[in-house]
Design a protein around this ligand. Structure first.
Ligand code: IPM
Ligand code: MN
Length: 322
């Protein structure tokens, strides 16, 4: 597997994740890649073609976090994170949230290659008083359907078998219509899955006030980005939130990363929570067929959420449980 530890707290949390993988009894061959803000500032490179080609050959990629305060917004987001999601066709962004005491046990399936993230748009008369900026949202039947299908198949495997579509069909009447029709069509093929629909604004209220309403949620790229930060906040904090960027067709590697960023304000203080990265590594093992080790790691993480300690102390505590 390729390890992109990245910037800020990325290397700190990735080290703990790899420590725990070893404690779970799984041997991995890893190759480190120097990508992120530090490399960009040193060389001007974000994701050289040759590196992308090498990454295509791995079974999986584990990413810590990228970003340093002195890199302009968009350079690493578009040039590295989104470039990897798009180039490797990581069309499902799977983000689980569990907090039993709060009644939270849900998974958000976020479409990961289209929508407002597709980069459609541009400027006209930039810098003048008549300036125009457009930013489109790209929604293809193929892209929506493969994501919705994955969500139905996941819901089918869970005890509650419930799937909610979250969108804004009352205002985004073109994209929303495509999503709703696709959801209904794929739903007809999965009669054992109970379905629901919530507008994204209402979903924000429900997530906070009655999160037990949700089992599996499927939504578009931008709504999924926002909703999963909210879900992280109500389920114990962003330091626990894990994610898998999946290519379910397995035509190349999938990428696993904590939802949080590089947190330059706490780098080196030992205050970075490694649990999100550890959980992300567990998702990686699960996807690679190491279901037993993955389940043990996930359980160990769940039993460690109430602990306090430094980054390495928490990593050690999870490793000891294994
Ligand atoms: C996330 C992040 C990214 C996103 C950024 C850093 C490009 O916020 O993974 O949720 O918007 O998808
Ligand atoms: Mn985000």
């Amino acid at each position: 597997m390729a390890v992109l530890a990245g910037d800020g707290i990325g290397p700190e949390v990735v080290a703990e994740a790899l420590k725990v993988v070893r404690a779970a009894g799984v041997e991995l061959d890893t190759v480190d890649y120097d990508l992120g803000g530090a490399r960009y500032l040193r060389t001007g490179e974000v994701l050289p073609d040759a590196v992308l080609d090498e990454l295509r050959g791995f079974d999986a990629i584990l990413l810590g976090a990228v970003g340093t305060p002195d890199v302009p917004p968009g350079v690493l987001e578009r040039g590295l994170l989104l470039a990897l999601r798009f180039a490797l066709d990581l069309y499902v962004n799977l983000r689980p949230f569990e907090s039993p005491d709060a009644g939270i046990d849900l998974v958000v399936i976020r479409e990961n290659t289209e929508g407002a993230y597709a980069g459609e748009g541009g400027f006209l008369r930039k810098g003048t008083a008549q300036e125009i900026a457009t930013q489109g949202s790209v929604n293809t039947r193929m892209g929506v359907e493969r994501c919705v299908r994955f969500a139905f198949e996941l819901a089918q495997q869970r005890p509650r078998k419930h799937l909610t579509l979250v969108h804004k069909t009352n205002v985004l009447t073109f994209a929303g219509d495509l999503w709703q029709r696709t959801f209904d069509d794929v739903g007809a093929e999965h009669p054992d899955v109970a379905t629901g629909y919530d507008h994204v604004d209402a979903a924000c209220i429900h997530l906070v006030e009655r999160p037990e309403r949700y089992d599996v949620v499927v939504t578009d790229n931008l709504f999924g980005d926002i909703l999963t930060d909210l879900a992280g906040a109500i389920a114990g904090g962003i330091g626990l939130a894990a994610s898998a960027n999946l290519n379910p067709a397995r035509t190349g590697p999938s990428l696993f990363e904590p939802v949080h960023g590089s947190a330059p304000d706490i780098v080196g203080t030992g205050r970075a929570n490694p649990l999100a990265a550890i959980r992300s590594a567990a998702m990686m093992l699960d996807f690679l067929g190491e279901a037993g080790a993955a389940a043990r790691m996930t359980k160990a993480v769940a039993s460690a959420t109430a602990l306090t300690g430094t980054t390495t102390e928490l990593g050690d505590a999870v490793a000891e449980r294994l």
